[in-house]
Structures are given as C-alpha cells and as structure tokens.
Design a binder for this molecule. Structure first.
Ligand code: SF4
Length: 705
C-alpha cells in the first residue's frame, strides 16, 4: 500500500510517496520522492530520504500520562479540562495559553485557534513559527496590507539575478537549492549573490558572496534603493499608480546610507563587492530576493524585510515572472498556521483583531460564546508571563521550547512555575516532555491526515498510512475532546480532518465575496472524497479559481484599503548586543545539513548522524591560535545567560571575531551543549521574533573539567 503525502521537515514542502510493505511479520515502510509534486518533482534531500528510519521509533509516547502515571484518555482529558475551567474562572481566560508548532497540520491549528480565541476567550495562541517567519509576516503586512508571499518556486529558476540573504539553502532548503543550482547550470548567465556573514555551502553556486558584518543586511538594501534612484532605474509609473510613501522611504535611504563607502564600511565589506551587486541589480529587471532566518531572526527583522521589499517596489520588480521579494519559511506548515490565524497577533483567516468588523464576523461564524478581543502574548512574552505566574496552564504541541527558545534557564523557570504543563508529542522523551504534568500521545507524520502549506503557498495533503501505535491520537482530536469536556460539544464535533478543512475554507470566505481575494472559499463545499484526492494547489483558491494562484500581485492591486503597496522608511540598525571587552565574540547560530530542529525525529535516523556526529563551535584559526584552542579540543562558551561546552572546529568560513554553533543538540543528545543557553531574549519590537542568530560570548580553552 502507498499514499502520496508531504515531507514533514522544511518549508519546501516536498511530495513523498510513503510505501508500507510487509516482510514476514515485520512492517517495512519506505519513502520515495513524488514525481508529480510541483515542489520537488521526485527529488528528496537526505533528510527526506531518511524519513522511513524515523517512523518506527523506540521512543514513542504510547499512552496519556498524568504526573508520570499512565492513565486512560478520558481521565487525562478530564484532568486538563477541569484545570482549564478552574484557572479561567479564578484568573480569567488569559491564564491559559497554547504554544503550537509549524509542524502541526492546518486542521490542528484551526481547532486550537478556535478553542482559545472563540470559546476560552484568550488570544494566547502562539507558535514556534514565531521563531521562524514572524518578521516576514509583519514585513509583508506593512507593505502589502496582508501577509502574502508574492512569488513561486519557478521564479527562482527563471530569474536572471537571485540575491540570497540570510539563507544557507544548500543545507536548510536543499531541494530548492538543487533546483536553483540546476537552473544556473543550464543558464550560466543567471547570477547568484549570497549575503551572509559566513561562507556557507550555498556560496558554492554564488557569483558573489558579501560576507557582511552580522545583522547589517538592511544597509545593503537601503543603499540599493538610493542607488536605483541615482541610476535612473526606478519604475515611475508603478510608484505613482500603485504605491504610497516612496518619497519618505527614499529620503530616509539617502540619509541613512549616503554613499558606497559609508555602506560598505557599515556592512564590513569591500566597496568593490558592493559595486558589483549594484551594477547587477541595475542591469537585471528579473531579480528575486530570497530571504530566510538570517533576515527574520533579528531585533530589526521587520525593517530588514521592508528594506528588501522597498527595492522591489521601487523598480517594479514584483508580480512578474522571475521577480519579487520571496521569504522562505523554515517549518513545513508555518504558512498553514498563518492562514488560519494561529498567531497571538492574528484573529483567524487572515484577519486581525484590528480588522474592522472581524471579531463580530468570526464570532457569528463560530457562534462563539467567549471571543478574545485583543492580541495575546507572543512566544517570548508568553514564557515571561508564565514565570511571573500570569499564565497558569500551557498546552505545548509538537515542539520543544526547552531547546528552541532563547535563554533556556528562563524557559525552565517558566515551566516550573506554571501550574499545569500539557505536552502533546509523539515522542516520550524530549527536553520539554520532561517538564510536563500531562502528556498526550500524538500521532506521527506517517499516521496523520490533513493539509500543510509550503513556502510558495502550495496547499498539499499529508496522508496517514500506518496505524497509530498504542493510544496515540490526532492533535485535532485531543483539542476537540478537551473542548467538548469544557462544554463546547456542538462546535467541536468533527468527524475528521476533512470537516475541519471545509469549515476553515468556509470561514476564510465568510461574508467575503467581492471584498478580498485571499481566501480558499472554493473548498468550503469540498466532499470527503475530493479532500482525500486533493492535489497540490496554490493559495489563494477563491470561488471560481479552482486552479489557485501561481503568482500574486500580477494585477498590481494590493490588500491595503486603497489597493496600493506601501514603502516603509527604514533606518538600518545593528543587533541589540554588540561586542565588548567582556563578551568579545559574536555568536551566530544555524543548522547543519542532516539534522532538523531539535533532533527529536532526525536523531532517530542513524545514517543522518554520519554527516555531523557532534555539536561544535566553528572558530577562525587565527582566533583559535590566540586562545590556545586546538581543532577538536573542548571550548567553554559563556554569555551573561549561561554556558555551553563544545568541540572546536577550526574554519575560515567564519570571520575572526565571529563563531558559529548549530542549534540542534539538546540535553538529551549532548549534555550541556544547548546553544539557546547563551542567547538573550531580545526580540524584534514589531514581530516579537527573537534575535536567535546573535549573542555576544566569551571563549576559553578547557584544559580540565
Ligand atoms: Fe523534506 Fe525539505 Fe528535504 Fe524537501 S527539502 S525533502 S521538504 S527536508
């Protein structure tokens, strides 16, 4: 037996054939790339190819647990609902919170959002997607009036200039990288520029690498805007008829980045390299700017996004084949979460609390008794409120904040203080399940049914094939059972994922006809058979457009009240913390090729450990020599927030004064090596996204332990 499903790792969203074969008494699942899926056309990267190794884990959570004891589902549900009811009665709805994940399916997201925002009455619904793409969301909303990704993957292949900023796609989005590399090989005139403090594997296809000072990206795009005006390549017609705010954005760019030498100096690069980029930008209308966590995980991430978008608006390089600002999500379903409104600063279905009439509309659609009325707490604020005793019940779903959030010690204090920590996971042992009072066993990737949306807005089915082990249940089911136990039977009596998807589609189109063009109303009457047979289609899919939408803004109409895109005046800034005598090294974080997030799944695949077996700190040889650090010797990294011990990896890929540490290893996999221990809880003031890629640290050779 086999099904077509979607890879659960990165935001590329590759199609996978999952095959279940029997060998004697053993189940032998295997995977292959789906040749029909438009994201990957049959390719899989090494992580996707190893999925079968992670399916039959020895560490599955098989039964609900309360205070360390196995219990029946109904008993665990009653425990949870009784506590939620009590804290809401005693302290109000904001004493409850969901902390969700870009790994869960759109249907899971939808019912969690509905329960919290419509029935419990709190908007405390945040997600680890906050760590991944929140800055890109706010950047798009400021510019376009909606969180809308303009481009698609084909644009990456047919552009003439691809500027990759803050992305090591070769390792983090490998299939997209392979598509880009193949396109460049076929068409050598296509140029690739990589803007990244490190010389990463992505630089292998770069015609130019700008090894900028960490966090200085916005200055490049600020100057690109000024230079576009000076060079006479502005699209005056587009600016005049389809945008607002150009004059002030340009004036600010001229003031902030007055000349080549100033900008090059601010970014720590040569004038010559900056001039090369300027020349290529001037001469190449078909340009895509591709950006990811290096831009988003910053205390000025939103401004960086808008600095990029400004350049595309000014030159009319948007809504056209091979042109546009293209943010790539890390998580497989960060986009699906955005569509249902599964963030603390969203309401539902691309509506915010501030959207006129939105609360009333959603309340009527849901027939909700207790509507939240204002934004909830974003991830870092949520865990800070927990430590202060304001959030008393948290339900964490399919994520590992004990490793992924900044300042691990603070996260531990918050979870210790919280009166009830519920964790839904398919794994029994993670750094976060260790903090739980109640554990809900969740179905895993090969068992779940639902939809995900990838970075090019493509909605694809995840299809379960294997039976759930033990008492594992779908996340949406557990949420609905708790909702029913709280007394909300009618609103949460779904027969399956199909019902939820149809309701989500209907809400996205509710009273919406003729007003907006970013819903999936076409699916509101989808039958179960149609849902089961759903082929990948690009959001939005409004009534009358069943084929979806390949590229946005081709009609030059944006989702602002007057239909015009907005320029934003940007003052480039550097990361909040800077080098000092006490903390002289700048820490950068990221991923290695063969691991995913906190290794709760990829850690099960023995073959994936071969590429990088242990955590490490990458140090420039010059600095290592000065500090008496040998290759592979032990190094202590300290910051004001904690310390970690890592093996040194001497490398010229990092500049002197900088170090790099991968994010994956946890207390479970390598004691005392969790890099989040070192990172402050500094966030972008607009998006709340933590500056996870930046901390100031001290290094010392460890001679004895
Ligand atoms: Fe999975 Fe991403 Fe690899 Fe595709 S590129 S197979 S989605 S990890």
């Amino acid at each position: 037996m086999s099904v077509k499903t979607t890879c659960p790792y990165c935001g590329v969203g590759c199609g996978v054939n999952l095959i279940d074969a029997q060998s004697e008494n053993e189940r032998v699942p295997s995977v292959s790339g789906d040749v029909d899926h438009p994201a990957n056309f049959g390719r899989l990267c090494v992580k996707g190819s190893s999925l079968a190794q992670t399916i039959q884990s020895d560490d599955r959570l098989l039964t609900p647990m309360v205070d360390g004891q196995p219990v029946a589902w109904q008993s665990a549900i009653d425990t949870v609902s009784a506590k939620i009811a009590q804290v809401v009665k005693d302290h109000g709805p904001d004493a409850f919170a969901f902390y969700l994940s870009g790994q869960i399916l759109t249907e899971d997201y939808y019912v969690a959002n509905k329960l919290a925002k419509g029935f419990i009455g709190t908007a405390n619904v945040d997600t680890n997607s906050r760590l991944c793409m929140a800055s890109a969301v706010v950047g798009y909303k400021r510019a376009f009036g909606s969180d809308t990704v303009p481009c698609n993957y084909e644009d990456l292949e047919c552009c003439d200039l691809l500027i990759m900023v803050g992305s090591n796609a070769a390792w983090t989005h490998p299939i997209l990288y392979q598509r880009i590399a193949a396109a460049k090989k076929q068409r050598p005139s296509m140029r690739v520029v990589v803007i990244d403090p490190r010389e990463t594997a992505t630089c292998d296809i770069a015609d130019l690498h700008l090894a900028i000072k960490p966090g200085s990206d916005a200055a490049i795009f600020s100057f690109l805007l000024s230079d576009s005006a000076q060079a006479g390549i502005l699209d005056h017609d587009f600016i005049a008829n389809h945008t607002n705010g150009f004059a002030s954005a340009l004036a600010q760019a001229n003031e902030s980045t007055p000349c080549v030498s100033f900008t090059a100096n601010f970014c720590g690069i040569s004038e010559q390299s900056l001039t090369s980029l300027l020349g290529w930008w001037r001469d190449t209308p078909k340009t895509v700017t591709f950006y990811s966590q290096g831009v988003n995980q910053s205390s000025s991430g939103v401004d960086k996004c808008n600095a990029i978008i400004n350049c595309h608006l000014a030159t009319g390089r948007i809504g056209k084949q091979g042109a546009g600002p293209f943010s790539i999500t890390g998580q497989p379903n960060a986009m699906g979460g955005r569509e249902v409104g599964g963030l603390a600063n969203q309401l539902a279905a691309h509506m915010d609390f501030a959207t006129p009439g939105a609360q009333d509309l959603v309340q009527r659609f849901w027939q909700a008794p207790n509507m939240a009325t204002e934004n909830g707490l974003k991830a870092v604020d949520l865990f800070q409120a927990m430590e202060k005793g304001k959030v008393k019940v948290v339900w964490i779903m399919s994520t590992n904040p004990m490793v992924s959030l900044p300042d691990t010690a603070q996260v531990r204090r918050a979870l210790e203080k919280c009166e009830l920590v519920i964790v839904s996971d398919c794994k029994a042992h993670t750094d976060t399940t260790a903090m739980a009072d109640v554990l809900f066993p969740a179905t895993g990737w090969s068992e779940k049914d639902g939809t995900v949306t990838n970075s090019e807005r493509r909605i694809s089915r995840q299809r379960g094939l294997l039976p759930a082990p033990g008492d594992a249940k779908h996340d949406w089911w557990a949420i609905c059972e708790v909702a029913k136990s709280l007394g909300f039977q009618a609103a949460f009596s779904y027969q399956g994922a199909h019902d939820i998807f149809a309701e989500h589609a209907a809400l996205s189109a509710f009273e919406n006809e003729g007003k907006r063009d970013f819903d999936i109303g076409h699916f509101s009457r989808i039958t179960k058979a149609e849902y089961d047979a759903l082929v990948p289609v690009q959001w939005p899919v409004p009534e009358g457009r069943p084929q979806g939408t390949k590229r946005m803004f081709e009609d030059k109409r944006f989702f602002t009240p007057d239909g015009r895109a907005r320029f934003v005046a940007i003052v480039p800034s550097l990361p909040k913390t800077q080098a000092s005598q006490e903390w002289p090294f700048t820490l950068n974080t990221g991923r290695v090729r063969d691991q995913w997030h906190t290794m709760t799944r990829t850690g099960d695949a023995a073959s994936l450990a071969k590429h990088t077996a242990q955590p490490y700190v990458e140090i420039h040889p010059k600095e290592a020599k000065r500090l008496g650090i040998q290759d592979k010797s032990l190094v202590r990294l300290t910051s004001p927030y904690g310390e970690v011990l890592l093996k040194a990896k001497l490398s010229r890929a990092v500049a002197p004064g900088n170090v790099f540490v991968p994010i994956h290893w946890t207390q479970q996999f390598a004691n005392a090596s969790v890099v989040s221990n070192l990172i402050p809880q500094v966030v972008d003031p607009l998006s709340g996204q933590p500056e996870l890629k930046h901390a100031q640290v001290q290094l010392e050779a460890v001679t004895n332990l």
